[in-house]
Design a protein. Sequence first.
Length: 472
Amino acid sequence: MTKHCVAVDIGASSGRLIAGHIENGTLQLQEVHRFENKIVQKGNHFCWEVDTLFAEIKKGIHKCRELGLQPESIGIDTWAVDFVLLDEDGNPLTDAVSYRDPRTDGMMEEVFNIISKERLYLETGIQFQKFNTIYQLYALKQSNPEILEKAKAFLMIPEYFNYLLTGKKANEYTNATSTQLVNAFTKKWDKELLGQLGINPDMFQDIQMPKTILGNLTEELVEEFGFDMKVVLPATHDTGSAVLSVPSLEDTIYISSGTWSLIGVENPFPICVPKALDYNFTNEGGMDYRYRFLKNIMGLWMIQEVRRNYNNQYSFAELVQLAQEAADFRSIVNVDDARFLKPDNMIKAIQNYCRETEQAVPSTVGEVAKCVFDSLVASYEKAIGEIEEIFEKEFKTIHIIGGGCQNELLNQKIADATNKTVYAGPVEATAIGNLVAQLMALGEIDNLNEARELIQQSFEVKTFEKIEACIN
Ligand code: LFR
């Protein structure tokens, strides 16, 4: 009997339920449900609406049934670092505050007063982002220590949904590493570090690996849906799932392209050399203890926000078209400047940056969009240079996966700027990575190599080569 699985993949701007099964040696996908996600202000904080998201997950499961699918299993992945804390009755103690909330401003420096930056890097291998869970928890300790005292369980966003589905509390390895609280070598919560920061280590759950079958649905949900299924842990950090979909990693740099651009390589061990620290590269834990040596680049968030600031008047395709028409505009911003993390208005933030750096200020929609795309490419180029310096070798190809790989203008610009072959696809890399983890847990796929071969055979990948400038 063909086994069907369903992947729930929720990113910062949208979520989806995608069903998948293997048929004639290829992985077949079927989109079941799609919904919006956004950050909302609740009181003094920017938060995620986790209850609304859970209601959408349930809606999607109902739709599976309506479509005649009875999935064997479900797996959930989302963005990383964010969490909810539960009290002794298993109820949330806080809203799910977003990593873009300014509560962590200045917290990184405070933590460095307790534990040096170098030691933190050597122990965790994780890049310094002011929004990492470690700084979020430290901010909470300063503002509301009573909440941390009451907390009996720390669950990251997908884990909270898993808890609602199964009643089971568990932390999952790939997401846990993004907190900067897991020791890169023991692969366990770093209790010493937590102790030094005064954060109660007992609220953390045992770390489970991707491909673990967490359990079945609660009785209440079985009754509601009319069927039971297994809840499986994929790489619950979306980037961990996405990178599984890079069909071949030989000599390849990947870019997982969505709200963020995650650029890097996959490795069998963490690399914590001084240069990696200087360039702020991370070693996020992956399936089968493969490490993602990568860095975060501000990504398509820039253009998503630009679009929102133009009141969603233009589609993404129109923004690309207008950027193409503004070919003569050349200003570039440093997309990784902290001001772009959550500006009141992205267009104004870009214009101010250009003004301050004495460059032409973009005024038309096309100029703003061109500035975003060119600036992203400049940041990719810089990161590639850093990776090649650290690895002391030249990488021949760049593999772009995720929704952003549909932007052909950007793909071509990357090929032109780097003179490397750019492969683009699959678009649904994250859901695919999530599905193959479930299929491995169910015994339908033997191992990661087999999973990557299956993905290679199943999805279209487009190729972009440098276009030589015409010499007249
Ligand atoms: C991408 C992502 C990145 C992580 C950022 C914040 O969706 O998960 O990997 O650094 O979001 O969680």
